[in-house]
Ligand binder design. Structure first.
Ligand code: ADP
Length: 485
């Protein structure tokens, strides 16, 4: 099968969060199953010469903008990655333009979607499936069903929209999008497939025009049907239930593996974890000045690597983690950036608890790997979590996730049973600081008892959430669609 995947993010090229990881991992999974993925992304300013990029002679005009096509490939693969150069749209810092998003994100992502079709025409390729990811590329779906519906190259092409996070929807100005797209829609038309509450909504449009919708975990597929987690779209998801399924995201263990991770120096395996002990010591030494005076394993180390948004639930820490730090029961190492509220909070507790809390602001691929690899516990108190990848990465390194039981976290983390010694993490349900504190206290207790901690670590390291399984399920879903005609 030829599968065209368009995404706003792609690991190795442009990354903010898990969308990048999956946009890169899925094509690898499909290629390993002998399918033919093709990836297309914008050529952002951050995509520099470190990645092999070649010019092509392909160029087209979309919305009066000239778009030039460059070509690269996913590292250590033959999977083609096409990059769209359009400096007016993409030659800017960052991907989305945080915190509020670039004002012309509607045009930036519309051009990406339209270019995907023009590229296929130029290359004379008929994709079996077009795989769209989140609101940024959701407009591939109406383009397929309206603009290119009669084009001979797309007559048998199916459109599949993967929802990584329904909270971000792409509310665009009706007039502007009408101008770029020439799509016909009338305000106050309550049945419009484009307008949700009278306003153009990219995700909503993608849902309506897709042949299938995949949520990034079975748990999330169920949750988005509810008012609590549907981000306002729960009725829309219910109306489209017949084409909605959940497929759990997976991990590229070629990149996230304690035995050969290129971002860490002390490697280890489930049979020999001495590298984790050593790596943890070096990590603490690099983050805390006084580490040489402390025993490396004296206190459990809790790690956080995250985008800072309300979704991630860090407000729960505010009423509980300080006491743990004050009582010198744990050390906390944090990497992340985003909402000022959380950046300020972590800066503050770093200042209040020198030697016990370290906060690194920003995005740092290497430090992310080191924290995930060498911490003892990994905190994810999420308000909601469509899938979550970091808990899966953490487990592979024997770093025990402490998670709120929600969405993909519920699908992947089973609370440790201290009698039967089964389970791969520590969970809590209520979105309260006291529930999180109980989970942290439980972690501290388990950490102090090696006959519990060691089996828990082994259970976590044994878990297999390989992208291979995810890729198989996507292909099965694509094949079902193709058979249906
Ligand atoms: P989300 O997609 O909601 O951000 P995921 O857990 O699915 O959450 O994926 C997050 C990805 O982004 C992981 O690969 C994680 O390592 C990475 N990441 C998050 N924050 C940072 C950061 N500050 N520096 C480096 N990598 C980060």
């Amino acid at each position: 099968m030829i599968i065209l995947l368009a995404s706003a993010e792609l690991d190795h090229f442009a990354k903010v969060g898990g969308l990048a990881d999956i946009s890169a991992a899925l094509p690898r999974g499909w290629a390993d199953l002998s399918h033919e993925p093709i990836v297309i992304i914008p050529k952002y300013q951050c995509i520099t010469d470190f990645t092999e990029i070649h010019s092509t002679n392909i160029e087209f005009t979309i919305c009066n903008l000239s778009v030039r096509v460059f070509k690269s490939h996913l590292p250590e693969s033959t999977i083609s990655v096409y990059l769209l150069e359009c400096d007016e749209l993409y030659d800017r810092p960052g991907i989305y333009g945080n915190p509020d998003g670039y004002e012309d994100n509607d045009l930036r992502f519309y051009v990406l979607c339209k270019a995907a079709f023009e590229l296929m025409i130029e290359l004379n390729i008929s994709p079996d499936v077009i795989s769209a990811h989140d609101y940024h590329t959701a407009l591939l779906m109406p383009l397929l069903k309206i603009d290119y519906a009669r084009h001979p190259q797309f007559l048998n092409t199916k459109g599949v929209l993967t929802i990584h996070n329904a909270q971000y929807q792409g509310w665009y100005d009706n007039e502007r999008i009408r101008e770029f797209s020439h799509w016909e829609f009338i305000e106050k038309d309550s049945h419009s497939p484009f307008l949700f509450h009278d306003h153009f909504n990219a995700l909503y449009s993608g849902i309506n025009f897709s042949d299938a919708i995949i949520a990034v975990s079975p748990g999330y597929a169920n949750e988005i049907l509810t008012e609590e987690y549907g981000a306002g779209l729960h009725e829309v998801f219910n109306n489209n239930r017949h084409k909605l399924s959940g497929i759990l995201n997976g991990v590229n263990y070629g990149l996230w593996n304690p035995s050969d991770d290129c971002h860490i120096n002390q490697h280890f395996t489930i049979l020999d974890k001495s590298g984790k002990v050593q790596g943890r010591k070096f990590l603490l030494q690099s983050l805390f000045d006084d580490e040489k005076d402390l025993l490396p394993d004296s206190l459990p180390v809790f790690g956080i690597v995250s985008r800072f948004t309300e979704q991630k639930g860090f407000e729960l820490l505010e009423d509980c983690i300080e006491n743990c730090l004050k009582d010198k029961k744990i050390r906390l190492i944090v990497l992340g950036s985003g909402d000022a509220r959380y950046e300020d909070y972590f800066s503050r507790i770093q200042n209040s608890f020198p030697g016990y809390c370290s906060y690194t602001r920003g995005y740092d691929e290497e430090l992310a790997h080191r924290i995930l690899a060498y911490a003892d516990f990994f905190l994810m108190p999420s308000l909601f979590e469509p899938c979550g990848l970091t808990q899966l990465y953490a487990m592979k390194y024997g770093t025990i996730p402490i998670v709120r039981h929600v969405g993909g976290l519920k699908d992947t983390i089973e609370d440790f049973n201290q009698i039967q010694l089964i389970g791969n993490g520590i969970t809590f349900s209520e979105f309260t600081s006291s529930a999180l504190l109980r989970a942290i206290d439980m972690a501290i207790d388990i950490y102090g008892n090696k006959s519990l901690m060691n089996p828990l670590i082994d259970n976590a390291m044994h878990c297999d959430y390989s992208i291979h399984k995810t890729a198989i399920q996507y292909i099965e879903s694509f094949e079902t669609l193709k058979e249906r005609h």
